[in-house]
Design a protein around this ligand. Structure first.
Ligand SMILES: [Zn+2]
Length: 270
């Protein structure tokens, strides 16, 4: 078997576990190299348990949490790009000068090009362009990673930042409408409001036919749950739901092919 490399490039600590935790654990178990690039340290998020962090320590605590979650999944190479969490849309954090959304796009793309040329991944994964539920950082990282995958292969772009590298396939993490409908129904049966706080989420979701890879990650579900638990400052609604709900939520991961050959199987020939 050829050992391949997978680069997962997302915005905040915990993005990697929910969208790609099972995929990464599977890739590691199959002998592939997996690297996580996280644009921010989640500095602007809410703190689930005030005993664990303060707004001042949150970034450092979440860096440790991400390294812990990654270790559970078998991923040792975690890189922080050093931008600041921009916060949810419409919050004061959006205006912070160090926020990811306020960094010049070229600066973020260049940072990612350096990582791509260093890791030299066969497959790159980031968010779909809508950012799953519209978080400004999710939308930004999707755009910047997509641009960086193109630029990394171009010898004319930042030649001093590494040897050009062509990524074979770029995938977007996405959630199909049918899954969101199912989860909403399960949550309502438990009397819980759920849906990332976005009432238009289901209408905006990807149609099931637009999903290129639907990956059954149930064999890795215990590790995925342990990785979720490692993000202790972020434990929220989902973790309070019954186990059967979480098992449904975590059992599959979905991807849309943004660039490269369609083959329907994310890691086959990764
Ligand atoms: Zn996020």
């Amino acid at each position: 078997m050829t050992r391949r490399a997978l680069l997962v490039a997302l915005a905040h600590p915990d993005d990697e576990t929910f969208g790609t935790g099972g995929l990464m654990a599977r890739a590691v178990d199959e002998g592939h190299r997996v690297v996580i690039a996280c644009a921010t340290r989640g500095e602007a998020g809410e703190i689930a348990d005030p005993a664990l962090a303060t707004p001042e320590t949150l970034g450092r605590v979440r860096e440790d949490e991400l390294r812990g979650a990654a270790a559970v999944l078998g991923v040792r190479d975690v890189r922080f790009l050093g931008f600041r969490d921009s916060g949810m849309a419409g919050t004061a954090e959006n205006g912070h000068p160090d926020a990811l959304i306020n960094a010049p796009a070229e600066e973020v793309v260049r940072r990612l090009v350096r990582e791509i040329r260093d890791v030299r991944p066969d497959v790159v994964v980031t968010f779909e362009p809508g950012g799953i539920y519209g978080h400004p950082d999710h939308i930004a990282i999707s755009e910047r990673v997509t641009a960086a995958v193109g630029a990394a292969a171009d010898p004319g772009r930042w030649p001093e930042d590494g040897r050009p590298h062509a990524v074979r396939r770029l995938y977007y993490v996405a959630i199909p409408r049918s899954a969101l409908v199912e989860w909403r129904g399960l949550a309502q049966a438990q009397g819980v409001q759920w849906g990332f706080g976005d009432p238009g989420l289901i209408e905006k979701a990807f149609a099931d036919d637009d999903i290129d890879a639907s990956v059954d990650v149930s064999p890795w579900i215990q590790r995925k749950k342990a990785a979720v638990a490692a993000h202790a400052t972020q434990l929220g609604t989902v973790e309070k739901m019954p186990e059967a709900f979480r098992d449904r939520l975590y059992a599959r991961e979905w991807f849309v092919l943004a660039r490269g050959d369609r083959d329907g199987e994310l890691l086959a020939g990764l």
